[in-house]
Design a protein around this ligand. Structure first.
Ligand code: NAD
Length: 280
């Protein structure tokens, strides 16, 4: 049976450290989340971010734009960019229909772009020179590091090529001298690839699609997916039957999701410190 990569414990430690650092500050970092839908999953994610900010003593504001046109959101982003008290700004995705995601993300000041979705920050990531790293890949790296899992020369098969997980993860893994292979819904013979992997990172949102015949003995399993199984229970992409064959695995819940939120707080705190330097 593999060792659990305990995202909850690791995230709690990070949050405790941040809490102590923020307690020393007179003016606190502040995160603003823009939402545009009534989507239930998004509400849960935003609520988790709010709780996490409150826990570490960071300010939090949720601005809702459920029916306003794109131009109103752009104006609000412009105001937030100029607001000294705002350290980080994120736009909760997916957006409601009719809004231009790329244009809105481009309106965020790159120095307040704590999700790292601005095209400039994505470009910097390609060059290995980010100011912030995208939260989920950064959280995965931090968790692997915490458990001393080396990446140098490792074959890492990523399933899922989204802009927020799969693509930035490739860059993070390359920075660490791993050999990433990225797969997606059109990949042929997925199983043949995953079976060779030292590390399998799955981010598809397809409940329990990775079964034990997809992995080799001793592989490290990182499960990014969050969905519900046929009984309505929260689950990941990786079927728990794989854990026995693995050397390490992340559970769902209390794995990668916890690390993602912790990294958002870290990025927001870093944005605050950068802002302080600029205003000094
Ligand atoms: P997305 O829908 O943008 O992308 C899904 C990817 O999976 C696509 O590249 C698609 O080609 C691939 N895919 C789908 N079915 C496949 C299959 N059968 N075989 C191979 N590839 C397949 O998703 P996303 O935004 O990256 O999110 C993916 C999952 O991760 C979701 O469950 C989401 O809720 C979760 N998520 C979790 C966190 C976290 O912090 N734990 C963060 C982001 C996303």
């Amino acid at each position: 049976m593999g060792v659990i990569l305990d995202g909850k414990a690791c995230a709690t430690k990070i949050k405790e450290e941040l809490k102590n650092q923020i307690a020393e500050l007179y003016i606190k970092p502040h995160l603003v989340v823009i939402t545009t839908t009534d989507d239930e999953a998004s509400k849960v994610y935003v609520r988790n971010k709010k709780r996490a900010c409150e826990y570490v003593g960071m300010g939090f504001t949720n601005l809702e734009f459920k029916s306003e046109p794109q131009s109103h959101i752009e104006e609000a982003l412009n105001r937030l960019n100029n607001a000294k008290g705002v350290s980080g700004v994120i736009i909760q995705l997916p957006l409601r229909k009719g809004l231009d995601e790329c244009k809105l993300l481009s309106c965020i000041d790159p120095q307040k772009d704590v999700d790292n979705f601005h095209p400039l920050n994505l470009g910097l990531l390609m060059r290995g020179m980010t100011s912030f790293s995208p939260c989920t890949p950064k959280g995965i790296m931090r968790l692997l590091d915490t458990y001393g899992i080396g990446l140098e020369g490792k074959l890492c098969v990523i399933i899922g090529r989204s802009n927020i997980v799969g693509k930035p993860l490739v860059m993070e893994l390359l920075k660490r001298n791993a050999t990433p292979v990225i797969c997606h819904s059109h990949t042929k013979n997925l199983k043949d690839l995953t079976k060779q992997a030292d590390i399998v990172i799955s981010a598809t949102g397809q409940a329990k699609m990775i079964t034990s015949e997809y992995i080799k003995e001793g592989a490290v399993l990182v499960d990014v997916g969050i969905s519900r199984d046929s009984d309505g229970k929260l689950c990941g992409d990786i079927d728990p039957s794989c854990y026995e064959k693995s050397s390490y695995y992340t559970p769902v819940p209390n794995g990668v999701g916890q690390m993602t939120v912790a990294m958002l707080l870290v990025n927001c705190y870093e944005a605050y410190r950068m802002g302080e330097l600029i205003h000094e």
